[in-house]
Design a protein around this ligand. Structure first.
Ligand SMILES: [Zn+2]
Length: 259
């Protein structure tokens, strides 16, 4: 075990960076309804296919100083940042939880939430591949022993969907227009399948809190919004619920005098 652990952590880092590279492709192509498999990655400017040695996570970007080898157009710094972030997420999950299903579940959920945060912030879209695909993964992982049971996973998914549907219906009645996108409903079903019913409540609570704080200044200026990328805030709430859920729940119960 002593020998296996560092090897495993390095492996998780390499895997995470490669997954981050794929996540970059997904975030770019899914909102545009393009296949994430074909064609191979191209320079968005000159359309030249990117050869494998120019596609090594982080390192290629640094060696090429953030430019396309052919046409020298700038490649955004967000690409290597996402690759580094994903390397950190997967390494951190293994280091924190060991080589367990819980670590796989934590790393996968965070990856999905980062993908949703980026597509929702940029395009106001939460792709089904992240939400419904992730829901399948969350329910699937509950079949493995050690985490949520399948019943808890499905109950969490149902609560996530139901809670957002109710909020959307009330919001629509109150605001006289569509208040909640279908993507938010499917996203919270996914979060519920990973974190269960308590995780859903905490995610929606924390997400709403952050969203309210961000939009409060604009609301006070009486600005009107057509759409708010609520998925961005729910994604932040989801990561917080994943990492600190138990501590936040304990603190809250203590604060209200239940424990
Ligand atoms: Zn180019």
């Amino acid at each position: 075990m002593l020998l296996a652990e560092p090897v495993l952590i390095v492996f998780a880092g390499v895997f995470g960076s490669l997954l981050g590279s794929f996540l970059n492709v997904c975030v770019y192509r899914l909102p545009r309804d393009e296949s994430v498999i074909r064609p191979r990655s191209r320079c968005p400017s000159c359309q030249t296919p990117i050869v494998w040695y120019d596609n090594v996570p982080v390192i290629s970007w640094l060696l090429l100083q953030g430019r396309c080898r052919k046409c020298q157009v700038r490649i955004g710094v967000r690409y290597p940042i996402i690759e580094l972030l994903m390397a950190g997420v997967w390494t951190g999950s293994i280091a924190w939880l060991g080589p367990t299903v819980a670590a796989l579940s934590a790393a996968l959920l965070t990856t999905l939430l980062v993908g949703i945060l980026l597509t929702d912030a940029e395009h106001m879209i939460i792709p089904d591949e992240f939400s419904l695909g992730g829901l399948g993964a969350g329910v699937g992982l509950s079949l493995a022993p050690g985490g949520l049971s399948p019943v808890q996973s499905l109950a969490g998914a149902a609560l996530g969907f139901g809670l957002m549907w109710t909020a959307g219906t009330v919001g629509k009645w109150w605001a006289k227009r569509e208040a909640m996108g279908g993507g938010d409903l499917k996203m919270m079903a996914m979060v519920g399948s990973f974190l269960g019913w308590r995780g859903v409540l905490l995610t929606v609570f924390l997400g709403s809190l952050v969203g309210a704080l961000v939009f409060l200044p604009a609301l006070l200026r009486r600005e009107r919004f057509r759409e708010v990328p609520f998925g961005v805030f729910l994604a932040m709430g989801g990561v917080a619920a994943l990492v600190a859920g138990d501590r936040i729940a304990a603190w809250y119960l203590h604060a209200v005098g239940w424990r």
